[in-house]
Ligand binder design. Structure first.
Ligand code: TYD
Length: 207
């Protein structure tokens, strides 16, 4: 039976590295796995991603574009793949809008709920892996990544935010987890890569 799994966490938590490993481990078990991401996942969504990550805009515009890209993603990619019996793993989904636009930028939580209800009323991830890490650890990892270079010019609009923004993002994620605990596995991403992999192996065995 198909499953929809999402990966979430603040920038620098390490989720993308773990996602690649997780998808490969599922494929090795013979599953047909589609890996995708947000914002993005469709040709239009990837164009919107480019704008969202680099173009200054109001919070409302940012929120609506995130959900516009998501609507396209749900209809063109996620639902068809699930309908064909595939497993879909998405690097971020609506939890990121609650955490970044809601927590980080202060967008009204009820407005986000309305958009969620509009864009995917009958779809939620079967499972969300939330990579939780203290903000200072995540910031350090981001600074050390090649992309950051020496003067951070290659960081995108979100990555350039300060620590207090990421504290609010992290709190936004925690609020989401509290509101719907059964959907999440919270992973302590401050641990070593090997320890996190062991945890992911347990998750795979359980599902
Ligand atoms: P990210 O997933 O971290 O990709 P990369 O690893 O390539 O940097 O980048 C996407 C950014 O978009 C991230 O900073 C979070 C942000 N974002 C939102 O603010 N709201 C959303 O709804 C989504 C999906 C992402």
């Amino acid at each position: 039976m198909s499953k929809f799994i999402t990966f979430e966490g603040v920038d620098g938590a390490g989720k993308s590295t773990h996602l690649a490993w997780f998808a490969e481990a599922l494929r090795q078990r013979g599953l047909d796995v589609v890996v995708t991401r947000e914002p993005g996942g469709t040709p239009l969504g990837e164009q919107l991603r480019e704008i969202l990550l680099h173009q200054p805009m109001s919070i409302g515009t940012e929120t609506l574009l995130m959900f516009a890209a998501r609507l396209e993603h749900v209809e063109q990619v996620i639902k068809p793949a699930l309908g064909a019996g595939k497993w879909v793993i998405s690097d971020r989904f609506s939890d990121a809008s609650f955490a970044y636009q809601g927590g980080g930028r202060g967008m009204d939580w009820d407005k986000l709920r309305q958009l969620e209800q509009w864009v995917h009323p009958d779809l939620q991830p079967d499972l969300t892996l939330f990579f939780d890490v203290p903000v200072e650890v995540a910031r350090k990892r981001l600074r050390m990544s090649d992309r950051a270079g020496t003067n951070n010019t290659s960081l995108d609009r979100f990555e350039q935010e300060q620590s207090d923004f990421f504290e609010r993002v992290r709190a936004g994620y925690h609020k989401r987890v509290q509101q719907n605990p059964h959907r999440y596995v919270v992973i302590d991403a401050a641990q070593s890569l090997e320890t996190v992999k062991d945890k992911l192996q347990e998750v795979i065995s359980a599902i």
